[in-house]
Design a protein. Structure first.
Lengths: 325, 350, 296
């Protein structure tokens, strides 16, 4: 049994404003093994990005309250001081974002930015950093890498910018890469290139990846395991094949059915009725109950506990348990 | 109300069902790029180049393409929110903005638009029922009556007017706002609605609801849609015919199913193959094309796709392929391989 | 009659609030004690200026050789007396009338003129925008204090000319704010959607553009009033605004300045009045700004 790389237990995040307090992430548990790719799948406001930011301690400390345990590579992230945190970010864990422009200083050449990160983290000269930047650009398959090192961020196209950000994130060989919707803003023909690249890099470098997305198709392309989030909770986890073929939670099933993908045109699409919940006023029981076709009175009052109906799968749904008995 | 709407539609119908509702010929829009303090024009963004197509009465024409392909510019040109540099636009037999034709104001009453960004397309300081009623009031419907109609439309788009009529946009979710935008378009009793990425920003579970709503409304209000999206799955489901654009030009147009099962243009095929498979056992191993779409400021010569095309030959760089004339075939592609006389080695036989 | 529309029955979210836009702004202001405090303070200052004749314990022009520069509390002079033996509290109350007038009227007039120009520049764009904004840039080239002094100096002193000078100083920044807001709003989809109904331009401007430009312009204008009070005091201080013996905070500051070593406490009084007024206005406009940002 290998040591887990990341362990999250009973993680909750509350955002506190002067008017209210909102629980954005509610009792989330998961473990990541080395070399594993996990997709956090969810719609806007489901808490998937907040969970990721909590892992990196990137949430505004004054407005957010984090409880529960986060351990990455054996260290307690919650207990880290500023120095330890800085060492973790960029060496053990790095992150890539939806909008790569935010990761780069617009007035410095991308090659110099990567070189600087490398030289600071490894204590090598700037020239050695530049050489490493060139290697990284070749690693992420940027054509004419030497020339592109001297480009400013705005001179790169969307796909190249995303590759450059991946190069920056990989510069210190992280054990865990957090990817927050990195392909969402890209065109279809570019998105698939970046997905294939990420998958290859992950396999070559043996790193773990947590990949946040709202797109089932993207999850199917890249994930080993999927965690589906709804209203701040992980409602279902499982290996990607099992989860996509036989979703156990009604929300996952609804999401799969309502994703438009070559359905017959003369029929209405299957939908999940209703609207995503208002996080300020969640129902007392299962948050999905008001939209759920299988909900009963017990669902409205009881928060479903996690159950394991099959190996490797965890579901928070009262009906699943009933079905298996 | 519905039968009244239908009768009125019949009255406005001029050429009968055989006449296309909209004919666009050689539409062109180049945006100048100014530089320096004197604002001299240094280059042009070739947003839309030589685009011709028709929209038949009662159909849904889907327009797909990646960013910078000009699909949104086409939408704004059709509404005349921006003026074309060249080209003709004929709405139900009347030339738009020309002497003896139909005025832009009259066109706008018959063609409405729903935008992608449901948040910015509603006035943040206006209750949503007033936003819906704004157009009719501007055209002289008494205020009380217009608001009454707006509340009726709210019901039609699935929102309870007693609960939602008086709300402000920031109190609504994205899907609800998009329903309001649809109601606002319907308030003008249009014959045609242009949906510019109207469901793209919505969550998947809400997207399917709005798509079903659009189909239901199309039937009951006898509408014609131009549906613009980058999502190929959605476009296939909703469209009767599909038009694929690349860097300001049409590369392929035809019946939806034919395009999706037998695409002729290499770009269309690449686009289709780039869709993530919903099956983890059918993951793509190779990207269908490499690189990004080029900048529309200086599009490549000849066929604009030749820089990324796996089948490109010298002829592709030197000469632009033609899409062929309207009416010859239902399914047309602007590719030298489709033209026996092009000189391309993989061209189909005559 | 209504067809079965998917999700129709349940599309109603569980949204608890149904306040309107201004309702939300009001609600937020009600629960903002800092803003409320400074609003009350400002109201107090304005009311005391309005009712100065009723509140003032002494005649503000009544001089007395024997009671010059007395400390606060001296024989009923709560804030002491000035260099001519006049009651400082009475002079502050009366002086507030002119000082506040000079603080608010120029901003009001400049909001109308500058805001209007900015709206036109922003919506018309192109050459119209270039002409209006380049003219404004010329005014921008001078520091506002210098400009006010120069205009006021050229036209001669007096309350009226002082106000005209201040108005001219405030037109360019207000025009700039209105122009920026208009340009932003003009490019939003809802303005396009309104145009797409075929509605006449004036209706689109009135219903969809103006309402969204007014917010930022009013907030900015309210922050300018504090600047205006200080500038007005400055003009009087330099002898360009109010003429003695008329009571005015700036003028009082100037006159009392010479007595700073004799009676520092009295000397500080007009300065404190200016400070309190401008702080109240700044805090109020700050509170207003955050309350009006309903989407935050």
């Amino acid at each position: 049994m290998t040591e887990p790389l990341a362990e999250v237990s009973n993680l909750s995040v509350d955002f506190v404003t002067r008017e209210s307090s909102v629980r954005a992430v509610n009792d989330v548990n998961f473990t990541m093994l080395p070399g594993e790719v996990m997709c956090m799948l969810g719609e806007s406001g489901s808490g998937k990005s907040v969970t990721m930011r909590a892992l990196m301690r990137l949430l505004p400390p004054k407005r957010s309250v984090i409880s529960g345990g986060i351990r990455i590579a054996g260290q307690d992230v919650q207990a880290m001081d500023a120095t330890a945190l800085r060492r973790m970010r960029g060496s053990t864990v790095s992150m890539i974002f939806q909008e790569p422009m935010t990761a780069f200083d617009p007035v410095v050449r991308v090659g110099d930015q990567i070189a600087e990160v490398v030289s600071v983290h490894r204590g090598v000269s700037h020239a050695a950093g530049r050489q490493r930047a060139l290697d990284l650009f070749e690693l992420v398959r940027i054509p004419s890498a030497q020339r592109r090192l001297d480009a400013y961020p705005h001179e790169l196209s969307g796909g190249l910018r995303q590759r450059a950000m991946i190069a920056l994130a990989l510069s210190c060989e992280p054990k865990l890469l957090l990817a927050d919707e990195p392909t969402t803003a890209l065109d279809a023909t570019v998105q698939i290139q970046v997905l294939i690249l990420l998958r290859r890099l992950q396999q070559e470098m043996g790193m773990s990846v947590i990949f946040v997305t709202h797109d089932l198709g993207v999850a199917a392309e890249i994930a080993d395991r999927v965690a589906v989030m709804y209203a701040g909770r992980v409602v279902e986890t499982g290996p990607v094949r099992d989860l996509m073929r036989r979703p156990l939670h009604p929300y996952t099933a609804g999401l799969l059915a309502s994703t438009v993908h070559d359905q017959p045109r003369d029929q209405d699409l299957e939908t999940i009725p209703g609207t995503p919940p208002d996080m300020r006023h969640l129902p007392p029981g299962c948050a999905f109950a008001p939209r759920c076709p299988r909900a009963g009175t017990d669902c409205i009052t009881t928060v479903p506990p996690p159950v394991t109906p099959a190996p490797g799968r965890i579901v928070r749904c009262l009906r699943v348990e009933a079905e298996l008995v | 109300m519905m039968s009244a709407t239908l009768m009125e539609l019949d009255q406005r119908d001029r050429g009968g069902p055989q006449q296309p509702l909209l004919v666009v010929r050689n539409l062109r829009k180049h945006f100048p790029i100014r530089s320096g303090i004197l604002g001299r024009v240094s280059a042009h963004v070739r947003a839309v180049d030589n685009v011709s197509f028709t929209v038949r009465k009662g159909e849904t024409l889907g327009i797909v393409g990646e960013s910078g392909c000009g699909k949104s510019t086409v939408a704004r040109l059709l509404m005349r929110l921006i003026n074309p540099d060249a080209g003709e636009q004929i709405f139900d037999g009347d030339a738009v903005g020309e002497h003896g034709g139909i005025s832009v104001a009259d066109l706008r009453r018959q063609v409405q638009m729903v935008f992608q960004d449901s948040a910015s397309s509603l006035n943040p300081r206006m209750p949503v029922q007033n936003s819906i009623a704004f157009g009719p009031i501007a055209f002289g419907t008494p205020r009380v009556e217009a608001v009454g109609q707006a509340r009726e439309l709210l019901t039609r788009v699935g929102l309870n007017p007693a609960l939602f009529g008086g709300r402000y946009p920031h109190e609504l979710s994205g899907g609800q706002k998009q329903r309001i935008n649809i109601a606002r378009a319907l308030a003008m009793q249009p014959r045609m609605i242009i949906l510019d990425e109207a469901v793209s920003a919505l969550d998947k579970s809400v997207e399917a609801q709005v798509l079903n709503l659009l189909q239901a409304l199309k039937r009951s209000f006898n509408l014609t849609y131009v549906f613009i999206s980058h999502d190929l799955g959605v476009v296939r489901w909703i469209s009767d015919r599909v038009m694929v654009m690349y860097l300001g030009e049409i590369v392929e147009i035809g019946p939806a199913d034919t395009i999706y099962t037998g695409a002729r243009h290499p770009y269309t095929r690449a686009l289709l193959a780039s869709r993530p498979a919903l099956d983890p056992d059918q993951r793509r191993e190779e990207a269908p094309v490499s690189g990004d779409p080029p900048n529309p400021i200086n599009p490549p010569s000849g066929c604009r796709f030749h820089t990324r095309c796996p089948h490109a030959e010298p002829v592709c760089a030197s000469r632009a392929p033609s899409l062929g004339a309207e009416g010859e075939q239902a399914h047309r592609a602007a590719c030298h391989m489709q033209d026996p006389a092009s000189g391309h080695s993989q061209a189909i036989a005559a | 009659m209504s067809t079965t529309i998917p999700g129709a029955a349940t599309a109603e979210g569980s949204l608890p609030t149904q306040r309107g836009y201004w309702g939300t702004v009001g609600y937020r202001l009600r629960y903002d004690p800092v803003t409320l405090f400074f609003a009350a303070l400002l109201l107090l200052i304005i009311l005391s200026a309005i009712f100065a004749p009723l509140l003032a314990p002494f005649d503000p022009y009544q001089e007395s050789i024997i009671r010059r520069l007395k400390p606060p509390g001296f024989r009923g002079h709560m804030l002491g007396t000035d260099e001519l033996g006049r009651d400082v509290l009475s002079r502050l109350l009366h002086g507030g009338r002119i000082t506040l007038l000079m603080g608010m009227v120029p901003v009001l007039v400049a909001t109308l003129i500058g805001g209007g120009l900015g709206l036109v520049a922003g919506f018309a764009g192109g050459v119209v925008n270039a002409v209006i904004m380049r003219v404004m840039d010329v005014f921008y080239a001078f520091p506002s204090v210098l400009l006010a002094v120069a205009i006021s100096g050229a036209m001669g002193g007096g309350v009226g000319n002082g106000m005209i000078a201040l108005t001219l100083v405030f037109i360019p920044p207000l025009c700039r704010v209105a122009e920026t807001a208009t340009t932003q709003v003009r490019n939003l989809d809802f303005v396009d959607a309104a145009r797409a109904t075929g509605a006449p331009l004036r209706l689109v401007l009135w219903h969809h553009v103006l309402g969204n430009v007014l917010g930022p312009v009013l907030i900015y204008a309210s922050s300018l009033t504090s600047v205006s009070v200080i500038l007005a005091s400055g003009l009087s201080f330099l002898g360009l605004g109010v003429k003695p013996p008329e009571p005015d905070w700036g003028l009082m500051l100037n006159a009392l300045r010479q007595a700073i070593y004799v009676s520092p406490l009295v000397c500080a009084m007009p300065g404190i009045a200016i400070l309190l007024t401008s702080i109240s206005m700044n805090m109020l406009s700050d509170g207003l700004r955050s309350a009006m940002d309903v989407r935050s």
